[in-house]
Design a protein around this ligand. Structure first.
Ligand code: GLN
Length: 307
């Protein structure tokens, strides 16, 4: 017997079909994605995972890596030290904007590329490869299994990363980055290439929903005050220049990535992950956004819901 939750999820997925948009192509390897792939996973804080579609289809994590790397920088250095390098103001700009805040000289937030590249540099480790090994292990603690990178996505992004290379060198010029910007860029591109599936993402989101404790392994991964900080930044900046529309319509801290994934977190309750590669102009999955809007409304998941 399928549970009512399972039946409901299958029903809305059927109702929220293709919502248009284009598969990302600025990273050549991503252009080959099957635009009709779809998966949804809902993980509860007690570790149950409901799935629809193909929850084991693999893709690169892309920008959904950003809140987790930021979390590791916070855990390593403390909130005050990280705040000296990265602000927490929504930028209203695209994710790949080449800019620093004019008043502070810092990246505006850790969810846009400038802030995410800076966060990667703040992870502890002697060298960029050492820092990346820690990042990879860290994501695995959230997912509850060991992860690896997709080498072809990594290589494809690295050779075409002109814009992110420009951002990394800008950060070095203004002394936001202190080390070699090429090494930090390489580390950032690696983190974006980590291969995950939708079930992994739901469990990563559920770890945040569960106050930093992985629901299945029971391990405490992230300190509660850092969870609070990460979720705050996801709520205000996670969907880039559509963060305002998102928080109004869906009402949950979230993060999207250009391979088509979205995670959303309902604190104390569930982590949600959706995957569908067609994107809107902001780089957010069109079908993913539609499904989340619908679920939020039907299941009263909006954090500001008042009846
Ligand atoms: N790796 C991608 C980039 O830096 C991530 C962007 C995204 O997912 N929005 O351009």
């Amino acid at each position: 017997m399928r549970s009512p939750v399972q039946r409901y999820l299958e029903h809305i997925v059927e109702q929220c079909g293709d919502a248009g948009g284009e598969v990302a192509s600025y990273i050549p390897e991503l252009a080959d994605a099957d635009p009709d792939q779809f998966a949804l996973a809902l993980a509860t804080v007690d570790g149950h995972v409901y799935t629809v579609g193909d929850p084991e289809a693999r893709y690169s994590i892309q920008s959904i890596s950003k809140p987790f790397t930021y979390a590791l920088a916070l855990q390593d250095r403390g909130i005050a030290a990280v705040d000296e390098s990265i602000d927490v103001e929504p930028s209203g700009d695209a994710f790949n904007e080449i800019s620093l805040a004019s008043d502070t000289g810092r990246p505006r937030n850790p969810m846009i590329n400038a802030g995410a590249i800076t966060a990667a540099s703040l992870v502890e480790g002697e060298t960029a490869p050492e820092r990346f090994e820690r990042v990879l292990d860290w994501y695995g603690q959230f997912a509850g299994r060991e992860l690896e990178i997709d080498e072809s996505v990594y290589r494809s992004e690295l050779v075409t990363a002109h814009r992110n290379r420009a951002i990394a060198h800008m950060l070095r010029e203004f002394e936001v980055l202190t080390g070699d910007p090429e090494d930090t860029l390489d580390q950032y591109v690696r983190q974006c290439s980590v291969s995950i599936d939708t079930r992994d993402l739901a469990l990563m989101a559920a770890t945040l929903a569960n106050g930093g404790v992985q629901p299945r392994t029971g391990a405490r991964v992230l300190e509660p005050r850092n969870v609070e900080r990460v979720l705050s930044v996801m709520a205000t900046c996670g969907m880039y220049d559509s963060a305002g529309d998102w928080i109004s319509a869906v009402g949950m801290p979230a993060k999207s990535g250009v391979s088509g994934g979205i995670i959303a977190v309902l604190p104390g309750q569930v982590g949600l992950a959706v995957f569908s590669p067609r994107l809107d102009a902001h780089g957010n999955s069109t079908r993913g956004v539609t499904v989340c809007e619908r679920m939020s409304e039907d299941m009263e998941m909006h954090l500001m819901h008042v009846g």
